[in-house]
Design a protein around this ligand. Structure first.
Ligand SMILES: [Zn+2]
Length: 140
């Protein structure tokens, strides 16, 4: 009769309760959804990038200047989109890792818990609003 009580009440139960596990579970779903979306977008962008490059190689010989200029702009835009998507995907990935490790939701600046309301809007947030504002003030 005592068989499973240790398993059920053991690992994680107490620590999770202090920072409502239900909220974190919701955030995890948000993160997973975001990650999947970004991943799909990223793969699309990679394909588009590839296509642009092939077009460029194929057309290079016959291009006049204006044409190749707009193609370069197009390719630059595609490249920066790629970088943005990769950044965001990494952020979502890191957030999910932190969730697994149990360090998710603590501010990197002051190490206080980040309010769940903020995490629901910005699941990849690694700082609380105050530290974010401080950082931006310092940077700007
Ligand atoms: Zn903070």
């Amino acid at each position: 009769m005592l068989v499973n009580s240790a398993v059920i009440t053991g690992k994680g139960a107490d620590t999770a309760r202090s920072r409502s596990g239900e909220d974190l579970e919701r955030v995890r779903v948000l993160l997973q959804t975001r990650y999947d979306d970004l991943n799909a977008e990223y793969e699309e962008a990679v394909a588009e990038n590839q296509r642009l490059r092939l077009v460029e190689i194929g057309d290079a010989a016959g291009d006049d200047q204006a044409d190749s200029g707009s193609k370069t702009a197009e390719r630059d835009a595609a490249t920066s989109l790629l970088r943005t998507l990769l950044d965001r995907r990494t952020q979502a990935e890191v957030a999910m890792q932190r969730l697994d490790e149990g360090t998710y939701g603590n501010c990197e600046g002051c190490s206080n818990p980040i309010p769940v309301e903020r995490l629901e809007v910005f699941p990849s947030a690694t700082t609380c609003v105050h530290c974010k504002a401080n950082r931006e003030r310092r940077a700007g």
